[in-house]
Design a protein around this ligand. Sequence first.
Ligand SMILES: [Zn+2]
Length: 105
Amino acid sequence: MGAKNVNAAGLLTSRGPVRKPFAAYVSCSDSRVPPELLLGRGLGELFIVGNAGDTLDVAAMYSLEFAVSVLDVPLIVVMGHEGCGAVSAARSVVTKGKRLCSGHR
Ligand SMILES: [Zn+2]
């Protein structure tokens, strides 16, 4: 990424380089596990599909399909993490019959 494509805040400008991520990265939304920082990557290098608990719902699957078929991303990484609150909550629904959200089981 050339310096002329980055503004003072370090963000890409609209005239930045063509986006060409080398991996699609399915990640938890947990702010303690930011993919670019964990992998030492910059803006535009990862196509991130993030949601609580790394779930692969229809929207996530279409996002991955877009990454592979349109952006030609050759690699999909699904990365979980320790102490995931979303996974713990989902497990308590199954093992303890708790409600995840009102109206949902
Ligand atoms: Zn998590």
